[in-house]
Design a protein around this ligand. Structure first.
Ligand SMILES: [Zn+2]
Ligand SMILES: [Zn+2]
Length: 271
């Protein structure tokens, strides 16, 4: 399957979701995005069940050129320990991880250290497992943005408001980010309903928005279907709903003005 994605990417940008499910979904794997362009591949988010979902399509978690994770919930990082340990002790290579220095510390100290730190020779650091690719800090107004180019893929990484439920500004929120890719396709990862995101990030050339969607309410830390329904029609028709629960068949997003649900393993392509 990865070769089919690479083949499709020879002429331009490709998105393909290894999973489109919410944290607790069982019919779909947890939301995880494969980005490819000119045969270079980037895996965004590695939830607990993503190594298995990839394996079922003949793909190893170690097969990607670059990696990126949006925040520290297990449905986005639960498979990272497998990537680190398999890469170091079996494949003998260091994954290239796109990560800011700030989040690199958070991810290691609060999540990964416990399972990875010890080995026969002593204590290991995060940099013993990965080659970090630090994006350039662009600014913090109106919200923090970083940029990096890997291969021919241009990424704009922007802060989102996801957790905790009480906060209303990105500055108060725990680390979570979304991605704008080549200025054409946007992946929110996990975010609360936050229309200011579409003002803060230049979406004038964005053709598709893959947006976190919680099908039932209330939307404490995710954007709910009913909240997203209130967005302007021209924005809504670009939205592919992701990160959805197993009752998705009860909904008809096209009828409600969305482009639809994002589909697992479908190749989305921009020439
Ligand atoms: Zn999530
Ligand atoms: Zn989350």
């Amino acid at each position: 399957m990865l070769n089919a994605i690479k083949d499709a990417s020879e002429s331009g940008l490709v998105f393909c979701f290894a999973g489109v499910g919410s944290a607790f979904a069982k019919l779909n794997a947890q939301t995880s995005l494969i980005i490819a362009k000119h045969r270079k591949t980037l895996l965004v988010d590695i939830g607990t069940n993503i190594p298995q979902a990839l394996h079922e399509k003949g793909i190893s978690i170690c097969d990607f050129d670059f990696y990126h994770v949006t925040h520290s919930h297990a449905d986005h990082i639960g498979g990272v320990e497998e990537l680190l340990l398999l890469s170091r002790y079996v494949k003998r290579k260091k994954p290239q991880l796109i990560i800011t220095p700030t989040y690199q510390d958070i991810l290691w100290e609060k999540s990964l250290k416990g399972g990875c730190e010890y080995n026969e020779q002593g204590m290991l650091r995060f940099s013993d497992f990965i080659t970090p690719l630090w994006p350039e800090w662009v600014g913090a107004t109106p919200r923090e943005v970083y940029r990096i180019r890997v291969g021919d893929i241009a990424l704009e990484i922007f802060r989102t408001i996801h957790i905790p439920a009480e906060v209303t500004r990105w500055e108060q929120a725990f680390w979570s980010t979304g991605l704008c890719v080549d200025g054409r396709a946007l992946f929110t990862a996990d975010t609360r309903f936050d229309p200011s995101m579409f003002r803060d990030i230049d979406t004038s050339h964005v053709e598709a928005i893959f947006h976190d969607c919680q099908l039932g309410g209330p939307g404490l830390v995710h954007a709910t279907y009913d909240e997203l329904k209130t967005l302007p029609a021209d924005l809504k028709k670009k939205i592919y709903l992701t990160h959805y629960s197993d009752n998705h068949k009860e909904f008809d997003p096209r009828k409600d003005g969305f482009h639809g649900f994002s589909e697992p393993w479908k190749i989305y392509k921009w020439e």
